[in-house]
Design a protein around this ligand. Sequence first.
Ligand SMILES: [Zn+2]
Length: 484
Amino acid sequence: MSAWEPVIGLEVHVELDTQTKMFCGCAVTKGDPPNTHTCPVCLAHPGALPVVNQRAIEYAARIALALNCTVQPRNIFHRKNYFYPDLPKAYQISQFDEPLATDGWFEYWHAGEKLRCRINRVHMEEDAAKLLHAGGDAGRIAGSDHSMVDFNRGGTPLIEIVGEPDIPSPAAARDFLQQLRALVVELGVSECVMEEGQVRWDANLSVRPVGSTELGTRTELKNMNSFRFLQQALDAESARQIGEVEAGGAIVQETLHFDPDTGTTTPLRSKEEAHDYRYFPEPDLVPLVMDPAWVDELRAGLPELPGARVERFIEQYGLSRGDALVLGSSGDLARFFEAVAAEGVDVKAAANWTMGEYLAHLNESGLEPGHGHVTPARLAALVKLVQEGTVSGTGAKQVFALMIDERGEPAAIVAQHGLAQVSDAGELEEVVAGVLADNPAQVEQYRAGRQQVAGFLVGQVMKATQGRANPQLVNELVRRLLSQ
Ligand SMILES: [Zn+2]
């Protein structure tokens, strides 16, 4: 055990799924030809004036309320000045010391424990345009011949959730992000498609002696959008810092780059301070005054959030914490599971089928929960067939596969393909007698006292019936015939 522990903080950016941009009427789109959704405002022509998108403020407030933040009655926009080719104004309209919402918290599950991370603030800003680097290696700027800029994304509403450094490990940081993403998706304010960078984050990490409450000097990892790389990068950086301080060195505050190929972090640039951006109040926008009645209305309209639903699943259905997390974190999957359970089948079986065959089917087909031919009613009907003993567990898996291919009702599929479980003792006794006759050596061993051979013979009977035999009955018959 090391005498040092990491402390992690996350800042999460989410692009909001509004119809139009943050400060102009251009459409927010995905996949359209470059530079087809631009106007004088988002291209920063002289004299063009921004107008705030009310829906974006509503969405941002929903996120802030779901994170238990206080929505500030008055908040203002600031200019954050810096030059980059994806930023035509040479400043980003953001929020600084008077943000939309402050002082919240988010609870998440990690390793069977519920952890709480304080949320410093939730603020609004606009996204930059998108740079495309051509002629180089895998679209990276290093080694490219030239770069192009697509302003379609420029001005997309963006919110930043700034967490306090309360996260105790890289694995906990991953759980935090996955569960935070599920929360935002549930709110219906962003689909949070990771591959499209709709959600991305910066992480900061410092180390301190175990048990200390003081924070060490932190380093930052910027602009990540893969849960796996985040955890790898934080593991690498935590080990690097601990090695450094144990060797008597000091940590330098800087921004690092993580290389997944080598698994190491290297300095990118020294850390900017807030004053480097010369923040000042945006003179083209008036302060935003939040009507308390509207904020109350938004709070009352929040849906059941994933954290609360996971708890309800444990309580209401008696699910284990692990199962409740799998089934309760995503709204669509949770609704599917609850619809199956509502058909009056055994809840544990409904949970197992939803997490097992059904989830595997979704992963394979790329379908979203609730879409496709396996409806909750059909899955419930299949679970019932198993409960009643009409099909065996093995047979039911065959029926499930056929439900996808043939798009039919389970009972019809069972009848059509002759998949009903054989529970007829007379019929099975003949098969068992045949198997015993074919395996005289094993029969001999059993009678000489090697009881475990019975399992092999049961397996042979199941094989001979293509898994359709009632296993309990086969077991009884094998033992009865062997002891005759
Ligand atoms: Zn525009």
